[in-house]
Design a protein around this ligand. Structure first.
Ligand SMILES: [Cu+2]
Length: 174
């Protein structure tokens, strides 16, 4: 089909289905907007100030009182139950000893479920935050956290197929 023929048939289709032909400049603007929105979304974090207050806050490296080692295997955290004292700043040294990529996120169970749901529905979106750390196999990373309130705080790997088994609890005692 010639260019003119294509144009004519597009116009006919537009008339038939009732949509307007979108000028190229608008299409570019829309594409740019979509890319911008996706980029912004890729830094999404559910860890707002209120959640922070409930689970504690990112730890100041100069205030670390104790190091706790955690090993990830496919598909578990070892150990998965940890006791800390209120007011402690813990440096978790996390090693991925499995063959898969894993992540550790410290948060409320409500937020962890949101992360897991988003990973399931939008695997391309990466979340970031001081309460989370992604690890490749054999990688070792630190996550510092200050526990300001007593209670039970959850952690998990939010990746699809991992979330059900890769969970743990931090018991913050007085
Ligand atoms: Cu995992």
């Amino acid at each position: 089909m010639t260019k003119r023929g294509k144009q004519a048939s597009r116009k006919a289709a537009a008339r038939k289905y009732g949509f307007l032909e979108v000028p190229l400049i608008i299409r570019f603007a829309f594409l740019a907007l979509t890319l911008y929105a996706t980029h912004t979304f890729s830094n999404v974090s559910f860890n707002d100030k209120e959640a922070n207050a409930a689970i504690g806050k990112p730890g100041d490296p100069s205030k670390v009182s104790r190091i706790i080692k955690i090993t990830m295997v496919d598909y578990m955290f070892l150990p998965s139950e940890i006791d800390v004292k209120q007011g402690e700043t813990i440096e978790f040294v996390i090693k991925n000893g499995g063959n898969k990529k894993h992540e550790m996120i410290i948060d409320t169970m409500t937020n962890l479920r949101k992360y897991a749901k988003m990973r399931r529905n939008h695997p391309e979106i990466k979340t970031t935050g001081q309460n989370q750390v992604p690890l490749d196999p054999d990688e070792r990373k630190s996550l510092r956290w200050e526990f300001t309130k007593t209670g039970i705080i959850d952690f998990a790997c939010p990746l699809p197929g991992h979330f059900k088994g890769m969970r743990g609890k931090i018991n913050v005692e007085n």
